[in-house]
Design a binder for this molecule. Structure first.
Ligand code: SF4
Length: 384
């Protein structure tokens, strides 16, 4: 069953022209004030506090040991190509929401997407992630043809992250060879879901996820950590952790779904969204949540998200002690700043290829293994 959307007029833009379409910006006076995540998310003292606390040290050590038990010292890279910043939905926390008129939008053509996937291949990375806002401009057959071409000509594992689509579309993509699908619930608190994702529903998203599982995709799921309304009052053991209680609910739900990848993405306020003034969680809260996720689902792939990566490579490397996946963006540099799900994403002055390569070198220098060939695909854990 397909869903119909009211499409913005700007969708008539040529796919082959990645030129940015600059819509009329919001008047400055209407833009809420905000602080970038680096200012609100962490301080050196809060980081020290995390590792100085004996409780946290024990938690971290338990998670670190489980990560090594399942994945050794391997770090799996997935090259992400964010091919459209258009979105038909209006999630309150996301810079791609359709009502964000300040955002410069872009779409890439299938050929441009394939060229970016070729960069992923040439870097020796075994998986490409094709991601976009929910943009039905790309019909199911276009996506299927792209997945098939990437599988045939590049031999990469293909992950799709295109949001909620019909069962038939998912089936077509699976038949075309797509291996994995990333569909994060974002929050398992139903009322919060309805508030934050006003044009979706928990039931519809869960049904889409169930479809993907039935079709045999390796499924990724996850949450945004620190959303409004997600406090610790439901988990007395974590009173000091402002997101601990909600996290317990999220992790219990995720254990039932048993995703092959589990992402804990810290909330970062975007200035052009209704949540511009809501703070990010602090670094200790994020690290603790990642450790708890590893303990809850020890064999899952757990990415160190690009949002956390904004804090710097030293924090990213530290987080890899419990996480095991990195997803550098290989979106072409002419457009990639337009994939503004949060401020600062894809802001690097380096080219995408050089940034990814430098990250791979930094990870290897830190003593991790970066597997290549079939092992570098980072497939789901299978019991030996
Ligand atoms: S979170 Fe996803 S569905 Fe929601 S507005 Fe952003 S890109 Fe669109």
């Amino acid at each position: 069953m397909s869903r119909a959307y009211a499409c913005p007029a700007t969708w008539s833009s040529a796919v082959s022209d990645p030129a940015v379409i600059r819509l009329k910006p919001l008047p400055l006076v209407l833009r809420p004030r905000y602080q970038y995540m680096k200012q609100v998310m962490t301080t050196q003292s809060s980081t020290r506090a995390f590792f100085a606390s004996s409780g946290d040290e024990a938690l971290w050590e338990q998670a670190r040991a489980l990560r090594e038990q399942y994945w050794g010292r391997s770090v799996f890279f997935r090259g992400i190509v964010e091919f459209s910043s258009y979105c038909e939905r209006n999630c309150l926390y996301c810079g791609l929401r359709r009502e964000n008129m300040a955002l410069a939008r872009y779409r890439l053509s299938p050929e441009e997407i394939f060229r970016a996937a070729s960069d992923v291949h040439d870097l020796g990375i075994g998986t490409v992630v094709l991601q976009s806002g929910e943009d039905s401009f790309y019909d199911a057959r276009t996506v299927a043809a792209l997945a098939r071409r990437i599988k045939t000509e590049l031999g990469l594992a293909v992950t799709l992250s295109l949001g909620e689509r019909s069962t038939e579309e998912y089936a077509l993509w699976r038949a075309a060879g797509a291996d994995r699908y990333l569909l994060k619930m974002e929050t398992f608190l139903e009322a919060n879901f309805r508030f934050l994702r006003p044009d979706s529903s928990p039931a519809a998203r869960a049904a889409a996820y169930a479809d993907l599982q039935k079709l045999g995709f390796e499924c990724g799921n996850g949450i945004i950590l620190g959303l409004p309304g997600e406090t610790g009052e439901t988990d007395e053991a974590d009173e000091a952790d402002e997101t601990g209680g909600a996290l317990a609910i999220h992790l219990a739900a995720l254990q039932k779904l048993a995703p092959s990848m589990l992402a804990i993405s810290p909330f970062i306020p975007h200035p052009d969204t209704p949540l511009a003034d809501h703070p990010s969680p602090e670094l200790p809260v994020i690290l603790r949540a990642m450790a708890r996720a590893r303990i809850a689902l020890p064999s899952a792939h757990i990415p160190v998200t690009s949002a956390l990566g904004l804090l710097g490579d030293d924090i990213r490397i530290k987080a890899l002690e419990v996480g095991d996946v990195l997803m550098p963006s290989l979106t072409p540099e002419q457009v990639r700043a337009g994939y503004s799900i949060y401020p600062g994403k894809n802001d690097s002055a380096e080219t995408p290829v050089s940034r990814a390569k430098r990250l791979m070198d930094a990870v290897a220098r830190a003593g991790f293994a970066v597997p290549s060939g079939p092992a570098g695909r980072g497939d789901a854990w299978k019991a030996q």
